[in-house]
Design a protein around this ligand. Structure first.
Ligand code: ZN
Length: 225
């Protein structure tokens, strides 16, 4: 049974590895929460500067930061920070864990939302190394906090809590569309709007044991939400 993600909190901190990481599975939930007046802050370890084939990192990083800032604005997030760790070379280092801790202590969120850190999303669908290393750093940093927030959850396949995002998927599609250059290069044969629509429809399907047509799922890793 998947529980309803409680909404009696006011600030969430979304911690991810790269631009576009919040968009696939979390943006619809974020749109719902900001529509309720909640504060959501995005922090990204890297600027995704290695993410566009054929584009030099010094051009790609600023472009992807711009796409991420535009995308966040669509779902009501106007606090977006980039930590400058190297894309494709993210590791669970003391420096990364220290940055996680510093950010949590500065933003003082009620809940922290992170990436899924398991090896596979499903049989045959491996997770990315950057994501696994980043997710491990977040959990370890969270465990070392003197005054941890209420809860740490990740957006992944083993959801314990779900958000009803019916009515917010169109906004999530518009948010993902902001990663236009990235998506155009990733799949030049499919229009960006079609890519974005398919991705959001796939990531917000119904969930067993939770009565909503559109959902966003989170796994509780630490604390109680
Ligand atoms: Zn990523």
């Amino acid at each position: 049974m998947t529980a309803t993600f409680p909404e009696n909190w006011s600030t969430a901190l979304v911690l991810v590895a790269h631009p576009d990481d919040p968009e696939y599975g979390m943006a619809a939930a974020v749109a719902r929460w900001t529509s309720q007046g909640k504060r959501v802050v995005y922090a990204l370890a890297s600027s995704g500067e290695e993410g566009i084939a054929g584009m030099p990192a010094e051009e790609c990083g600023p472009l992807r930061e711009g796409e991420q800032i535009a995308s966040a604005a669509v779902v009501g997030v106007d606090e977006v920070e980039f930590w400058g760790f190297p894309d494709s070379e993210l590791f669970n280092t003391p420096e990364l864990r220290a940055k996680v801790a510093e950010t949590v202590n500065r933003v003082r969120p009620d809940v922290v939302l992170s990436l899924y850190g398991g090896p596979e999303w499903a049989p045959g669908f491996p997770n990315q190394r950057d994501h696994m290393q980043f997710a491990a750093a977040v959990v370890e940093a969270f465990d070392g906090l003197e005054a941890p927030p209420r809860a740490l959850l990740c957006n992944g396949p083993n959801a314990t809590h779900a958000v009803d995002v019916e009515g917010f998927t169109d906004t999530a599609i518009r948010a993902l569309e902001c990663h236009r250059v990235y998506l155009e290069v990733l799949d030049p044969d499919t229009p960006v709007i079609d890519q974005a629509t398919a991705q959001i429809e796939r990531s917000t399907g119904p969930m067993d044991g939770f009565d909503a047509a559109r959902t966003s799922g989170f796994e509780l890793l630490r604390g109680t939400v």
